[in-house]
Design a protein around this ligand. Structure first.
Ligand code: SF4
Length: 451
């Protein structure tokens, strides 16, 4: 995998020149077939307020065309903050002597996952620093413990890059998505930000997804940490990365995350490049229009109000109730956090807010478990076939949530109203009939029903 930095810088410069074509590019984007890097660069250059609004609107419409109204909710689970890397922006960097280091045991990880399960989560993203003492075997033992001792239905991993044989072992443990961020695709900035540890090797990290897919990970998640370099360079490079995966392996990146640099204990003093809210909105919209099949993921680094906007402008997944410290759910609070979060609402608050926005909160995990992954997933989403599954599965998981949280004193009127309204919106008569039957089974106590 190569990033042609000169070409990307050139596209950023030429983006302004191509601006006059942006209405035509938006028309093309509305077809939900993706965009070239040239088109994406032009859209990132839009400044005219009416065109900017048209960009957000088109991205929202394309998201709905691809995934329906559903917004998937998940939580990260931090396993270990031991790390041998020196990333200047991260609270876990090895030179940070002030952070208390800890690694959860598999039993601790189970305890954490159970807290999340009680909240209503069905999928969890394990996050870990890079330290050979807490390497592959450790992560696998945590994955297996969570599958064995909790009701979590899918476990994803955000962890250090590895070689193909190690990836094979990780995949065999039942992990769904493997996620790793390039942080910045701009090589000189990357080298400056990563002065120590294995992560210094730009190319090894850039090739990580080629190795992961080769090893059998059908679904991989990519992203850039916006704020290290010009956000347009990193956005366009992330899109180029996904296009590379599609060319080589027939599937786009399963997810594109959009982390923005946040204050971290004894990390950098402020972001090297400030990224404004308007730029985050543009980045989300351009990711959606350039790679329509990808889940565009917004974390709790962003404030609640902005997240509400972004789910109408192309984002399709939100993390919720996140603690970025190992043990943060069951006891440690924020003491060991990697970075400070901006949206501290509970899952119930986030879920209710998504519903109040007229969208459909979803705790679905189906595709990973029925093999709608990789090339098949990309093909089905691009053909517009995924939204019917997403909608029906979101309704089923929301119904489970409502039934299971009833005893906890949660206010469920908004959730129940959303379920009823969403059932009315199911157009396919066969799916509607089967959905009503499955909903009845859930009422009778069955769980984990899906399409
Ligand atoms: S049906 Fe597939 S794509 Fe849709 S929410 Fe469920 S797992 Fe995700």
């Amino acid at each position: 995998m190569q990033i042609d930095g000169e070409k990307i810088e050139g596209l950023i410069k030429d983006g302004g020149a191509a601006l006059s074509q942006s209405p035509a590019i938006l028309e093309k984007a509305a077809e939900a077939r993706g965009l070239s890097l040239e088109d994406a660069a032009a859209l990132l250059s839009i400044e005219d307020p009416a065109l900017v609004q048209a960009l957000y609107k088109t991205a929202g419409e394309v998201k709905e065309k691809i995934f329906g109204k559903r917004v998937v909710l998940f939580a990260p689970l931090y396993l270990s903050n031991y790390c041998t890397n020196g990333c200047l922006y991260c609270g876990f960097r090895s030179a940070n002597r002030e952070v208390e280091r800890t690694a959860l045991t598999p039993q601790d990880a189970v305890r954490e996952a159970r807290v999340l399960e009680k909240m209503g989560f069905k999928r969890v993203l394990l996050v870990t620093g890079e330290d050979p003492r807490w390497g592959l075997d450790y992560v696998i033992s945590c994955v297996k413990a969570i599958y064995g001792d909790t009701g979590m239905r899918i476990v994803h991993v955000n962890g250090p890059p590895m070689d193909v044989p190690e990836f094979r072992e990780l995949k065999a443990s039942g992990v769904g998505v493997y996620q790793s961020f390039q942080e910045t695709y701009h090589r000189p900035t990357y080298e400056k930000m990563h002065p120590a540890g294995r992560k210094r090797d730009y190319q090894y990290r850039l090739d990580v997804m080629d190795r992961a897919v080769t090893a059998g990970f059908d679904d991989v998640g990519i992203g850039a940490l916006l704020g290290l370099y010009d956000y347009r360079f990193d956005c366009l490079s992330t899109i180029a990365h996904s296009q590379h995966l599609f060319r080589e392996f027939g599937a786009h990146a399963h997810t594109i995350s959009i982390p923005r640099l946040r204050p971290a204990p004894t990390g950098l003093d402020g972001a090297p490049r400030t990224v404004t809210d308007e730029e985050i909105k543009k980045a989300v919209a351009v990711y959606r229009l350039s790679v329509p099949s990808a889940g565009v993921v917004v974390s709790t680094r962003e404030p609640a109000q902005l997240r509400s906007f972004l789910i109408r402008a192309g984002a399709s997944q939100l993390s919720a109730a996140s603690r970025t410290s190992p043990g943060g759910y069951a006891g440690n609070g924020d003491a060991l956090e990697q970075f400070s979060t901006n949206d501290k609402r509970t899952l119930h608050q986030v879920l209710s807010c998504v519903a109040e926005e007229g969208l459909l909160p979803s705790l679905c995990t189906t595709c990973y478990r029925v093999g709608r992954v990789g090339h098949d997933f990309t093909e089905k989403t691009m053909a517009g076939e995924m939204s019917k599954f997403c909608q029906a599965n979101a309704i089923l998981t929301l119904k489970e949530y409502s039934l299971d949280q009833r005893g906890n004193g949660a206010a469920l009127e908004t959730v129940d109203k959303t379920i009823a309204a969403s059932i009315d919106e199911v157009n396919d008569p066969a799916i509607k009939k089967a959905l009503l039957e499955k909903l009845e089974e859930l009422e009778k106590g069955k769980r984990d029903l899906f399409f």
